[in-house]
Write a protein that binds this ligand. Sequence first.
Ligand code: BES
Ligand code: ZN
Ligand code: ZN
Length: 555
Amino acid sequence: MSLAFGHIHSPTTDSLYSSNKWLPNAPVNPRMTGIAKLTTVDATPSGVTSVRLLSKADAAAAVVASTGCTTEDAERESVFVVYESGKRVIISSLGSTLDKVDIGGLRKTVGSAVAKLKSLKAKEASFLVPSIDGVSLAKVAEVIAHSATLHNYAFDKYLTGDKVPVLLENIYLSFESVASSGEVAAAKEAARVQAVLSESVIFCRDLGNDRADELHPEKLEQVARAVANEMGAQIHVVKGQELVDQGLHLLAAVGQCARYPPRYIEIFHKGDPEHPEDVLMVLGKGITYDTGGLNIKGTGFMENMHMDMCGSAASLSSALACYRLGVKRNIVFVVAVAENAIGSLAYKPKSIIKSHKGLTVEIGNTDAEGRLVLADALSLCQQRHKPHTIIDMATLTGACIIALGEYAAGLFTNNAALSAALVKAGEKRGERLHPMPIFPEHREEIKSSSMSDLVSTGAGRYGGACTAAAFLENFIGGTPAKNSRVATGGEDGASKDEAGKTPAWAHIDLAGPAMYSKTRGFMPEGSTGFAVQTIYEYVIAAPAGALPEDEKKRF
Ligand code: BES
Ligand code: ZN
Ligand code: ZN
């Protein structure tokens, strides 16, 4: 029996890239935005290259047996191509004994095999799932599926001819070398879930990697519509005069100079209609290009800013994953979309702008645009849906990359349980989130103006990731006011809603891990698709309903 899942051509993703205004005659690469189809099988289909993941000793022995080389030679490389009864077999060494191998080692071994298959221009491969003592077969299968699908990626939309890489179109996970047991069914299911997740990650990567003249705010709305369409979900878009009429002046200001105007977009996944009060919000920063505005970025700092919408790509992609995997939670996926362009119509440093919540904001620097679009989106969505939990994702600050490198996202929360659960969800799926603080002094910097309620930036460059988070915190909880004089809450920055409750909130600054300067393992150079899997893992693992608020310590 074989179970096929994953879509080589997804109905959602295929339709999005059928045209390219810059390269109208370029052939549309048939694999573009697709993903290898992952199939679980009980035996490797005939004619398909099999991949064996073996302990160091077993790998060397297998290589010696089929090539006649010395053990020393066989141990020199970690991947070998051998022929057994005329069939091509890849031997990939785990580099240790089976009982010593860890998750990183298994991922790496699979990755080396995928690289070898790519160099052989193989279109199909069958990975034999090994049984590893002390680890469930489901986890082993999940890790192999994860690593194989996510290593098998290239942003090939703009490649032609020989430069188009040959990637795997079919990946099999074969259970022929493990005793058939109850564990196999669970392992096949874990692989199926991972295949769908990987497809969403690749969708996210493709969106992040596409260039800003192609993927501008209007196109991003089309993408969101295609996503909502596949989900059969309601989509709500606010743009043009409506933005102004509804008071989203911050979002309007950031996008006011761009050829394609800004917009607020919301897709509601209603996975649990019986519990309408269980609502989560997942928001992404969607700056399709960040020039910095009038505080223009210099050369060397602007180039990668087509990826400044990776938060929104993660929001849309996790929406797709939640739908395709049938997540039984109510989740509002929101994207705040604008291009931070430069020109005579651009918003200006020191402008004072009234937010949707009613708080007035003095613009400290037009390059700190992400927090502005997020602020209005947080406020409008809370007014519309009263989520008990809010997660925002944004390539928000260079300061966060300075703090953590590209190795982790900064995680700012007002709720210890949410923080711990997100860190755990990330760990499970190979994404690192690191807790970061908001100190009272960061909050003070944001409230330091005598002419406006808030300023958009901290006093200087120090602690820039934290002051950005401190700014956002003002838009959690509380109801938007008709006038600008609204209490900004107690010393925790956030204000309470009518019921006296502040939603649990997490801000994920993914400026580092969402956009890689070079390939590292299963994370490719450029847009990595970071956070999609964490969001899925969090929403399925977290208990339904509001999390308890943190207790305030007085002493
Ligand atoms: N999009 C940038 C942050 C960024 C920088 C993401 C580098 C990825 C790589 C953001 O809009 C920005 O420019 N932030 C400024 C804020 C500052 C002006 C207060 C920053 O981080 O320098
Ligand atoms: Zn910026
Ligand atoms: Zn930005």
